[in-house]
Design a protein around this ligand. Structure first.
Ligand SMILES: [Zn+2]
Ligand SMILES: [Zn+2]
Length: 446
């Protein structure tokens, strides 16, 4: 029997609350973060965990993905905080997302990103997943997606039945004592950064509209980080721009407007054919002739004379080349869009459709309804279409040429490549609009 215990009045050394009931230092914590801390502190059995989380986690599943996308009621999870200090307002990605339009869940992979200092407390915020955020704003350390010791993905351990945060290499990112207390030293900084970023992201969503590709892109995050405009340092401190590994193979283009330009130039006719995502012959403004024929000339220059000779003498190759050609007509140019990558063609169709009479209800938030509200939206969308078409045509034609002239694959500079376009159209009220395009090279074609 412990004599000391007998001398104390009952309850004096008992903590004020049960273990892990105090969530005050967990401002901005995600649903995953709440589940993470609850599961680590309480050593819950599988059944208890399922009951608390509202979902059952199977060994092969990614718990982060499952907890983020679940529709299950969080009531059991919220019971962990009797004084209601868990705020579900910060759980949905929509709160942190800096672009207007739906979040393209289908187009992007979903990997957990954490701050190693926050992870000691089992703290995770959806802010760490947001495009353009690369450092923890209160610890100022770089966010990571893999184990700092062995480079396995962060949740590799859960597949082997290990608790969240523990890696099969033996490294555990969680500190048990620090998880009981929470990181109260950074609470004020957390509150400031979350409030500031939340206001900024809401404004950014109203100005920037994201048009994602219509297919899954393994490099989606390269594009999203490249397209995001970083939040001002006063609102989100500690960011240092786009990390090199993300910027390296990405092509970023910017489309801007000068007020002096006559904006009625280079208009696409309402029935150009480009608004359809199916390959066809499209009618383009005659002023687009120079940039497009320039691409054709560049492609021809890439071919050695022997390949050129072969292409002009072989009937199959000649017919393929005809499909790549641009034809001048009375009312403009004609181009066969069969050579364009289907996703690029889809992008062009989304942009061209946004310029047409709106079939959607005026209240729906689409690029089309936004474009109607900004007088300079049509010219900036037209320019974006020309840029997407130019690179899409250059890439697509090179892939087609490569089938008939394999010499193109011999040289890294001329090698045919497939890239997917991601577009952000910025329509700030009463200011000049602009657009950004990010092209992600597709695996196997780099
Ligand atoms: Zn941190
Ligand atoms: Zn490891």
């Amino acid at each position: 029997m412990n004599a000391l215990l007998n001398l104390q009045p009952a309850g004096k050394y008992l903590p004020q609350r049960l273990l892990g009931e105090d969530w005050t230092a967990y401002e901005g914590c995600s649903r995953f973060g709440v589940s993470w801390r609850a599961s680590r502190l309480n050593h819950l059995t599988k059944n208890e965990l399922r009951s608390a989380l509202g979902v059952s986690l199977r060994v092969h599943e990614n718990p982060f993905e499952k907890l983020t996308h679940t529709q299950a009621s969080p009531s059991k999870l919220l019971e962990l905080s009797p004084d209601q200090t868990i705020d579900t307002k910060h759980w949905p990605m929509e709160f942190w997302w800096p672009f207007g339009g739906p979040i393209p869940w289908e187009a992007m992979p979903w990997r957990l990103r954490i701050c190693p200092a926050c992870a000691r407390h089992c703290y995770h915020s959806m802010l760490f997943q947001a495009p353009g955020v690369h450092h923890c704003p209160w610890h100022r350390v770089a966010l990571i997606e893999s184990c700092p010791r062995c480079d396995r993905p962060l949740l590799a351990g859960t597949r082997e039945g290990l608790p969240i945060g523990a890696c099969p290499c033996g490294h555990d990112m969680v500190d048990y004592v620090e998880t009981i207390e929470g990181d109260s030293a950074t609470l004020k900084k957390k509150q400031d950064a979350i409030e500031g970023y939340g206001i900024w992201a809401a404004c950014s969503r109203r100005v920037s509209y994201l048009v994602p590709p219509t297919q899954y892109d393994a490099r989606a995050w390269h594009a999203l980080h490249g397209l995001a405009v970083p939040a001002p340092n006063a609102l989100l401190p500690g960011q240092h721009g786009l990390p090199n590994m993300l910027a390296s193979d990405l092509i970023l283009e910017r489309v801007s407007m000068e007020r002096a330009i006559r904006h009625n130039m280079r208009q696409l006719s309402p029935k150009s054919g480009l608004e359809s995502p199916k390959p066809s012959v499209v009618a383009l403004p005659s002023s687009w002739k120079d940039p497009l024929t320039h691409i054709g000339a560049e492609l021809t220059r890439m071919l050695p004379p022997s390949a050129l000779k072969r292409l002009s003498s072989d009937p199959n190759s000649r017919s393929a080349m005809r499909h790549l050609s641009i034809f001048a007509g009375i009312n403009g140019l004609y181009l066969h869009t069969e050579s364009l990558e289907p996703t690029t063609l889809h992008m062009l169709s989304s942009l061209a459709s946004a310029l047409q009479a709106d079939r959607h209800k005026a209240k729906e938030d689409t690029l089309s309804t936004r474009a109607k509200a900004h007088p300079l939206a049509p010219p900036v969308i037209h320019r974006t279409i020309l840029r997407v078409l130019s690179r899409g045509y250059a890439d697509g034609a090179r892939v087609t040429l490569g089938r008939h002239a394999p010499e193109l694959y011999d040289n890294a500079r001329t090698r045919p490549k497939t890239r997917l376009p991601w577009v952000v159209i910025c329509l700030p009220p009463k200011l000049l609009p602009s657009a950004r395009i990010a092209w992600t090279p597709q695996p196997g074609t780099v």
